[in-house]
Design a protein around this ligand. Structure first.
Ligand code: ATP
Ligand code: LTN
Length: 341
């Protein structure tokens, strides 16, 4: 998509990003990626691999490098179409780190201290509670505000960060006049919070040390089947959405997200059937959804030249578009116009 097209059509702008943290789970896929793919038709979407965010926890360099490229290839395999949606690697576009610094100076210590992800992660990584982990939401705000995004599709766990981005943008606009578009969140109606298969009161997370708790997009079919068969449910043996049925609700949510069936339809389909049948059918549906993604992934990851061509094209676009916002914001603060070299 060229900038000219972007200007002419004036569709609302969507920005989203995902961290290259190794495994991309079914939770990430249903909560975020699957929506990105469908939104591409109706919006002007811009996507990124948020590698700068990932160094808030310690990364081993060779593994990190591999994970960034794998995340890029996997997102292409999920259906990001670079003809429609610029797709880049965050660290390739220096405006992100620059605007993040400026926004840091308009973000209060108190408001960052209230971020639940910061509280959780600083407990999990008590030996490395670094300033980056604390300031992570300002970088995320910069990502979004640089592209004047109208909508930001994310899972429910990112809602608080999005709220902070809105507050900081409003504060900046309040001081200097209209500079940033105030973005809205787009939290999917189904699947915003896919839960652990082993403890359905917790979100599905790849950092869970129990590998049966999560399904990775690239898991082999037999592993997916095994994990679903072991999924924790309840002793009622009725496939019905309801209170105290977190395990069944979660499986219904997953099934609904991949098949498009409603809860009523799912309850009818499994009337009189046990959980064994139900779990196997959900697993089959997930396997079929993920099969073509795995196949496309294998093709992309083997073609480093193609990946480089795509992320270079994405970064060129992103730099041009984001520079306009960065220059505008810096001018308002009072910086002297950057010389051209
Ligand atoms: P971790 O659990 O290790 O902290 P994560 O799996 O949440 O990491 P992120 O990169 O933070 O990974 O999330 C990527 C996207 O996936 C975000 O938009 C997030 O909201 C969404 N997401 C993550 N987990 C889930 C889940 N269990 N259900 C729905 N969406 C999710
Ligand atoms: N913080 C997000 C990833 C992320 C993001 C963003 C999402 C980085 N920048 C901008 C939406 C918009 C996460 O951990 N899921």
């Amino acid at each position: 998509m060229s900038e000219e097209v972007l200007k002419q059509e004036k569709k609302p702008i969507i920005f989203s990003a995902i961290q290259p943290s190794g495994t991309i789970t079914l939770g990430n896929y249903i909560g975020a990626l699957k929506n990105w793919v469908t939104l591409q038709d109706d919006y002007d979407c811009i996507f990124a691999v948020a590698d700068l965010h990932a160094i808030t926890v310690r990364q081993e360099p060779a593994t990190f490098r591999r994970h960034i490229l794998e995340a890029y290839a996997l997102l292409l395999a999920c259906g990001i179409d670079t003809e429609k949606s610029p797709f880049f690697i965050q660290s390739h576009v220096h405006t992100h780190a620059e605007l993040a610094w400026v926004l840091n100076c308009y973000t209060q210590f108190g408001e960052l201290s209230r971020m639940t992800q910061f509280k959780d992660k600083s407990q999990k990584h008590a030996d490395n509670v670094n300033v980056g982990l604390f300031a992570y939401p300002s970088l995320m705000a910069a990502d979004i505000l640089l592209y004047q995004a109208d909508l930001v599709p994310v899972g429910a766990d990112q809602k608080q960060h999005l709220e902070l981005a809105r507050n900081v943008a409003e504060r900046f606009n309040g001081i200097y006049g209209n500079t940033f578009k105030i973005p809205d969140g787009y939290i999917p109606p189904v699947g915003a919070r896919i839960m652990s298969l082993q403890d359905p009161t917790k979100k599905m997370s790849k950092s869970d040390e129990n590998v049966n708790a999560w399904v990775a997009v690239l898991d082999k079919p037999e592993d997916i089947m095994r994990k679903f068969k072991r999924a924790v449910t309840d002793s009622e043996a009725v496939v019905k959405y309801g209170e105290n049925k977190a395990g069944v609700n979660n499986l219904m949510g997953i099934y609904s997200a991949v098949t498009g069936k409603t809860n009523d339809e799912i309850e009818k389909e499994f009337e009189g059937k046990g959980y064994g049948d139900f779990k196997a059918t959900v697993a089959e549906a997930v396997i079929e959804e993920l099969r073509p993604i795995r196949e496309r992934y294998e093709k992309f990851i083997a073609d480093k030249a193609y990946l480089e061509e795509q992320y270079t094209k994405g970064a060129e676009f992103a730099l041009r578009m984001s520079s306009r916002t960065l220059d505008k914001a810096m001018k308002k603060v009072g910086f002297i116009k950057k010389p051209r070299f």
